[in-house]
Design a protein around this ligand. Sequence first.
Ligand SMILES: NC(=O)C1=CN([C@@H]2O[C@H](COP(=O)(O)OP(=O)(O)OC[C@H]3O[C@@H](n4cnc5c(N)ncnc54)[C@H](O)[C@@H]3O)[C@@H](O)[C@H]2O)C=CC1
Ligand SMILES: O=C(O)[C@H]1O[C@H](OP(=O)(O)OP(=O)(O)OC[C@H]2O[C@@H](n3ccc(=O)[nH]c3=O)[C@H](O)[C@@H]2O)[C@H](O)[C@@H](O)[C@@H]1O
Length: 480
Amino acid sequence: MVKICCIGAGYVGGPTMAVIALKCPSIEVAVVDISVSRINAWNSDELPIYEPGLDEVVKQCRGKNLFFSTNVEKHVSEADIIFVSVNTPTKTRGLGAGKAADLTYWESAARMIADVSKSDKIVVEKSTVPVKTAEAIEKILSHNSKGIKYQILSNPEFLAEGTAIEDLFKPDRVLIGGRDTPGGQKAIHALRDVYAHWVPQDRIICTNLWSAELSKLAANAFLAQRISSVNAMSALCEATGANVTQVSHAVGRDTRIGPKFLNASVGFGGSCFQKDILNLVYICECNGLTEVANYWKQVIKVNDYQKSRFVNRVVSSMFNTVSGKKIAILGFAFKKDTGDTRETPAIDVCKGLLGDKANLSIYDPQVTMDQIQKDLSMNKFDWDHPIHLQPMSPTTVKQVSVAWDAYEAAKDAHGLCILTEWDEFRALDYQKIFNSMQKPAFVFDGRNIVDVKKLREIGFIVYSIGKPLDSWLKDMPAMA
Ligand SMILES: NC(=O)C1=CN([C@@H]2O[C@H](COP(=O)(O)OP(=O)(O)OC[C@H]3O[C@@H](n4cnc5c(N)ncnc54)[C@H](O)[C@@H]3O)[C@@H](O)[C@H]2O)C=CC1
Ligand SMILES: O=C(O)[C@H]1O[C@H](OP(=O)(O)OP(=O)(O)OC[C@H]2O[C@@H](n3ccc(=O)[nH]c3=O)[C@H](O)[C@@H]2O)[C@H](O)[C@@H](O)[C@@H]1O
């Protein structure tokens, strides 16, 4: 029986391995992690991450051919194929700080593999890594090899949170990069055989190592760039009276451009877009490609601009101050159908409003009070380290409370900001909300989900990203 071990039981390792176990009953899959609480959660009825369809997949295989364990060394030493899906955060100190990927967790995983292995292994990069990481890993493994042969493959993951199971069941493509040597090709075939259990052959792309590593960074950069492009247009729409939804629709009907990923928003979030672009920028700079680095940097700058533009709209609309005012925040996760808050635009928006002394009442159907408090008190980039999975002494940001539902959050508020596009926010009784709020009552829709016309009829002053401005806002500058 082929044995697979995955180091890192996170958003990628957990769902990916669960799907491999489901689709390949003849393979034994162990997912290991240094975080005891995470592994305990994977072995319980309450999984550590919320992902539609994940519970069913895990329930079908757990205890049969899918195991979650903290016994990292045992499972690594027994495995034929080892996936490494650990954190690759942005460095916060030293060379490349604020841009380069911190490979501490990767390096320690590689050293541990070298220490405990007693048979030949295929080591698969599942984490998103800088180009040429495979070369560094090869060096670590081969310098400690004790005669054991290692083949390194790059097999980046393209799943998106909220649709992870769907994406894993029907991937647009599976990408496998390996060495162009007989050993490298044999390893590529072995991994291809795993995916071939359910992925059509023509969707499995095989390349060299560096193309696979770079394609992952490139794909995320292209996706983020689309959002920054449409968000840049949203500012221009507000200045000119155009409607960004109509512009996106018209642009996206061009089959060369396509309709997906053109929703204007308060900004993109999530654990990877910013991190991976910063990483790409750093790689460009290291290769002397300043113009290319600056090009990609702009995607992040526009994203930051979009978030601060939103905060400025809120503050300037409300007589240039939110000091002491209750503002309801609907949605804290970085997108709907996930409880993940990593790099969510809600953090920057909330911090911006807190900076102007607002009182925030936050509601998100999937995010806990502890998580919100942690996010609002943590330094930038600190979240991407395993230490933050440990329970910590509670921190409280005064001025922030967490509500049980949207109505409670909105009661007595001066303004309401929609920061995540949860379906339930579309179906709220906005008349009831209006009646319970201070007047004038403001709605700032950072996801373009409300019916602006209907809300204005109720009496709200409405700002919706990239939509023709309310007369209240018309004379105010786009960037106050
Ligand atoms: N979250 C996502 O949707 C996607 C993430 N990725 C990439 O996948 C990688 C992992 O991301 P996530 O799963 O989101 O991160 P995560 O933080 O959810 O999971 C990483 C896990 O690795 C564990 N870990 C770290 N060092 C370890 C070690 N030496 N031994 C054992 N366990 C260790 C941590 O405790 C943590 O549970 C990152 O490189 C990310 O860029 C790629 C595609 C999608
Ligand atoms: O490497 C990764 O981590 C993953 O990053 C993204 O997946 P994810 O971050 O989970 O979610 P997306 O659906 O891409 O959304 C990212 C952010 O962009 C925002 N977004 C998305 C689409 C859009 O049109 N407008 C927009 O503002 C979302 O609200 C969210 O904040 C990519 O879509 C995945 O292919 C990739 O594997």
